[in-house]
Design a protein. Structure first.
Length: 203
């Protein structure tokens, strides 16, 4: 399993597309009907599945074994505020039960990420400050400065918790990112580009 710890607007969709083009089965934010024969997974948020299985059996990946990668684990929609990539106990359960899992952190300059979040629909202007998010309690996250501090904190958390070995942090804007990821995962990445780009100004 490949598990991305990246936050929204750090290239998670680009990573998903690249891994799909490489022939991997990718769960990104929500499980689509075309991706599973299990009606219990159809249209379910990846984060919801991870938490249900973590508390039901101790294994967050119990029902996601048919996938090769999870590129966007969080969900902030439809009354859900789920952030598995910030939950050490859940991540440690994955690491312990699935020792071959490789963890990625799609990262980006925190200030650029914050600006992108503010422009992405109502993510930064409404949804984040109106919900309780790990490291960003309700009422916070409505400014670029607060969002940048949150993003920076998460990226530092991931690097501190995982260190080296089965963990790779990469800058989505680094021209060498594709080669770095391919070498780490030991796969070819035939496509690399930009997906899910903000249309209201430079991303």
């Amino acid at each position: 399993m490949i598990f991305n710890l990246g936050l929204p607007k750090t290239g998670t969709t680009t990573l998903a597309r690249a891994l799909r083009r490489a022939g991997l089965r990718v769960a990104d934010w929500k499980i689509r009907a075309r991706q599973t024969d299990d009606p219990g997974l159809t249209e379910a948020f990846v984060g919801r599945i991870l938490y249900e299985d973590r508390f039901a059996s101790g294994d967050p990946l119990a029902r996601l074994g048919g996938f090769d990668a999870i590129t966007e684990a969080s969900a902030l929609a439809a009354g859900e505020s789920l952030w598995p990539q910030t939950d050490w106990a859940l991540l440690d359960a994955i690491r312990t039960r699935h020792p071959d899992t490789r963890f990625l952190l799609s990262a980006r300059d925190p200030e650029k990420t914050a600006r992108s979040m503010m422009r992405w629909h109502d993510l930064g202007t409404s949804r984040l400050p109106r919900n309780t998010v790990p490291g960003l309690p309700r009422g916070f996250g409505g400014t670029e400065a607060e969002l940048a501090a949150w993003v920076d904190g998460h990226q530092r958390f991931a690097a501190e918790m995982f260190g080296r070995g089965r963990f790779l942090a990469f800058d989505i804007e680094d021209p060498g990112a594709r080669d770095e990821i391919a070498a780490f995962l030991r796969i070819d990445l035939p496509w690399w580009g930009r997906a899910n780009v903000n249309r209201t100004g430079a991303a």
